[in-house]
Design a protein around this ligand. Structure first.
Ligand code: FDA
Length: 312
């Protein structure tokens, strides 16, 4: 119920306009978002790298309204790749196709992605296509397999979400194609016609997909904070003699830092997804929806603020 309400609020721009100027919400966002500028994000990546953690930078800004905005987003990503390189950081980027103009025109989106991927190839780095709501799943995969992957095999990969019924088939397709996959549970509000309503089924599907990717896939990204699944991945790797450099764990900025650091100490590869930018509100709401306990943090701060005001 609360999850649905938070996911609904994540798509309300008026609420964002209100929240954006609220100091308390901004400081809460700082826990999950590495600031509003590229400089703050690069500083966060530097700190992660110092701990042996790699990163994937995500410029928050989920939909664009015209070709010029889509072009501008692509330019920002090229700038991010340049700055990662100039600063000698160990990081790649994650991109949403809607930010590249997918809703406007597939050709515009492909042209923007090709520019980013050309630069990624020049630097021998990697671009992950984030996966959005289920309305975009097929479009994203078609565009990936038909228009990007054939020319940029080593530089681009996809994300699959275990909450979708279709995902096991998508994992097999990716393995056959040799495509790099990040497997996650899925963060959007989806109907029971396309996604498992029960978390238990999502978790089981995750483990099935993860095993297939670890055995037959190409350097999968195991994106989860679920300790039981992380334990399973480690055991599965041991039992199947899968070396630590054949996969990487991935977690979100600000979530389970203890587990991130522990995995590095144990000799596993760990990448942290580092979102930044002014459009942090929908991202923040999805993080709240995943763990409504985070609401306690907000509520606590609201109370503190109210008590503070009364005393003043
Ligand atoms: P689950 O939700 O079961 O949480 C397991 C445990 O992790 C919780 O009990 C809690 O301890 C901790 N935890 C999880 N979320 C937390 C939070 N927000 N705050 C504090 N603790 C938390 N989704 C998508 O649809 N498309 C995408 O492209 C991506 N990309 C992506 C990249 C990376 C690197 C990660 C880690 C995740 C994504 N996701 C995503 C989000 C993903 O689909 C999912 O919503 C979250 O990772 C939460 O699911 P968990 O697997 O962590 O399990």
């Amino acid at each position: 119920m609360l999850r649905n309400a938070l996911l609904y609020l994540s798509s309300q721009p008026r609420v964002f306009n209100f929240v954006r100027h609220n100091g308390m919400a901004k400081s809460f966002a700082g826990r999950f978002v590495a600031g509003e500028t590229l400089d703050t994000a690069l500083a966060a990546v530097k700190q992660l790298n110092a701990k042996g953690i790699t990163a994937s930078l995500d410029l928050l800004g989920e939909s664009v309204h015209n070709e010029a905005e889509a072009r501008e987003s692509a330019r920002h990503y090229i700038d991010i790749l340049d700055r990662i390189r100039e600063n000698g950081l160990d990081a790649n980027v994650s991109v949403k196709l809607t930010a590249m103009g997918l809703d406007l025109s597939e050709d515009v989106c492909v042209a923007n992605m090709q520019d980013i991927l050309e630069r990624a190839r020049e630097y021998d780095t990697f671009v992950r296509l984030d996966m959005e709501g289920s309305d975009y799943t097929q479009k994203t995969l078609d565009l990936f397999y038909e228009r990007l992957y054939p020319s940029f095999r080593g530089n681009v990969g996809i994300v699959l979400q275990s909450y979708l019924y279709r995902t096991q088939a998508d994992v097999e397709q990716a393995n056959t194609a040799g495509a790099r996959v990040r497997i996650c549970k899925g963060a959007y509000k989806e109907p029971g016609t396309v996604a498992f309503p029960d978390k238990k089924d999502v978790d089981e599907a995750y483990v099935r997909a993860m095993h297939c990717l670890m055995i037959d896939g190409h350097y999968p990204g195991i994106a989860t904070h679920d300790e039981a699944i992380v334990r399973d991945a480690k055991q599965f790797a041991r039992e199947n003699s899968i070396a630590n450099d054949r996969f990487e764990f991935q977690m979100l900025y600000g979530v389970r830092r203890d587990l991130q650091e522990q995995l590095v100490r144990e000799g596993y590869r760990m990448r942290v997804y580092v979102p930044f930018g002014t459009q942090w509100y929908p991202y923040l709401m999805r993080r709240l929806a995943e763990r409504p306990a985070n609401m306690a943090f907000i509520t606590g701060n609201v109370l503190k603020e109210m008590v503070g005001r009364r005393r003043q």
